[in-house]
Design a protein around this ligand. Structure first.
Ligand code: SF4
Length: 204
């Protein structure tokens, strides 16, 4: 269980795909994320249902080494902007920006040194990817090998879906047996928020 609040993000992160899990881990380790990481992660959190107020609390607490003053001056505006609380007309009309799809994360703004955004299946080297996938809870050698092959053949979605299916194997079987998911819902995941939604539904 757990509602969508700042204090539950650590626990909700068990349902995150590799990209968002990496952002979350990096934030907890460094008490900071660079611009695109904040943007990618903020929009994802908005997409899972964290409201603006909770999102501001989450980032304020996450950036634990800075003062309120610095936070308010340098970060607050961008978070509100992502939610459409401030900013231009088209942004406001649309309620802020949409959470990024895999396609966008895979192809736009590849991460540079010290940046934690992007898609690990694409942007990590094999060793780091292997470590992250294991940290997500995958120890099965066949699955790890499959991820390796997917990455080598640049089938990044496939690697992500492979990990999802492995981590939710029992729940997926049960849901299928009970006819809980329609076939449309079992199509390939192509959005981090879809990954979260399915994982959350399956495990709750
Ligand atoms: Fe995230 Fe999509 Fe990459 Fe999976 S395939 S890690 S959801 S960007």
């Amino acid at each position: 269980g757990g509602d969508m609040s700042a204090r539950n993000v650590d626990s909700l992160s068990q349902h995150f795909p590799a990209c968002m899990s990496h952002l979350h881990r990096s934030l907890r380790r460094d008490a900071h994320l660079k611009h695109y990481g904040r943007l990618q992660y903020t929009l994802f959190l908005k997409g899972i249902g964290l409201n603006l107020e909770e999102c501001l609390i989450f980032w304020r607490q996450g950036f634990r080494n800075i003062t309120d003053d610095t936070f308010n001056k340098e970060y607050r505006y961008n978070i509100r902007h992502s939610y459409g609380d401030v900013g231009g007309d088209s942004n406001r009309r649309g309620g802020g920006y949409s959470p990024f799809s895999c396609q966008k994360i895979l192809t736009e703004h590849p991460p540079g040194p010290g940046e934690a955004h992007g898609c690990p299946y694409r942007h990590f080297d094999m060793d780091n990817l292997n470590t992250l996938v294991q940290a997500l809870g995958v120890s099965d050698r066949n699955v790890l090998q499959g991820v390796r092959e997917d990455k080598e053949s640049q089938k990044y979605h496939m690697a992500c879906n492979r990990v999802f299916e492995h981590l939710h194997k029992q729940e997926l079987k049960k849901a299928k047996d009970e006819g809980i998911f329609t076939s449309a819902q079992l199509e390939t995941i192509v959005h981090p928020n879809e990954y979260f939604k399915r994982s959350f539904l399956l495990k709750n």
